[in-house]
Design a binder for this molecule. Structure first.
Ligand code: IMP
Length: 195
């Protein structure tokens, strides 16, 4: 069975990809499965650069075909911030990070609060050009957090089609419409073509 390294230490992420790649006959491995504790630094200025750096870096460390992803939130009124700095935006985490984002946008009216989540997936294998795919989800940054599901910026991310924040939607719905799901479907199409 062909092995594919999913470049993450996060078991939740592995489960998501395992569900998305079901039936492809791939044996998915994580960094922990392979005993890789070294971190490939995310020094890129874009999601694509970071996903590529990680996929090619962990391919070099493992010798195994590797999938890596990078994702985050882009807010139009903040010129694309927090972008690749989404995880460490404002130097704070959790509820404080949501408040930090709201503070940055306190003068921005509703009709200018457009945002999107982006996920880029890179697939790297020996002797082949790295393949890059992307998924996005558009929404609006709420005036106050709502909902308790999901993680990260979900309570502030209002999805027009569902009239709810991502944190209010059932996780099954989020997992169908999310930026990660769209990128994973595109990655699946590449893997299905016998990549
Ligand atoms: P990662 O690249 O998957 O580690 O995501 C980087 C950061 O982007 C996370 O720490 C979150 O702040 C944000 N982010 C990415 N995807 C989501 C999502 O689906 N919901 C909320 N926040 C997200």
């Amino acid at each position: 069975m062909q092995e594919l390294l999913i470049a993450t230490h996060n078991p939740g992420k592995l489960r998501e990809f395992a569900a998305m790649f079901d039936g492809l006959g791939l044996a998915l491995r994580t960094l922990d499965d392979l005993g890789i504790s070294e971190d490939v630094e995310e020094t890129g200025a874009t999601f694509e650069e970071n996903a590529r750096l990680k996929a090619e870096g962990y391919l070099a460390l493992s010798g195994m075909p590797t999938l890596a992803d990078d994702s985050g939130l882009e807010v139009a009124a903040l010129h694309g911030a927090p972008g690749v700095y989404s995880a460490r935006y404002g130097g704070v985490k959790g509820v404080a990070q949501l408040q930090y984002l709201l503070d940055q946008m306190q003068d921005v009216p509703w009709h200018q609060r457009l945002a999107r989540f982006v996920c880029v997936i890179a697939l790297a294998r020996p002797g082949q050009p790295t393949q890059i795919v992307q998924g996005t989800l558009s929404g609006v940054i709420e005036l106050a957090p709502r909902g308790s599901g999901g993680f990260g910026y979900d309570p502030l991310f209002y999805v027009l089609d569902y009239d709810q924040t991502l944190a209010e939607l059932p996780i099954e719905t989020k997992n169908q419409i999310s930026h990660r799901a769209e990128a994973a479907r595109a990655a699946r199409a590449i893997l299905e073509q016998g990549w």
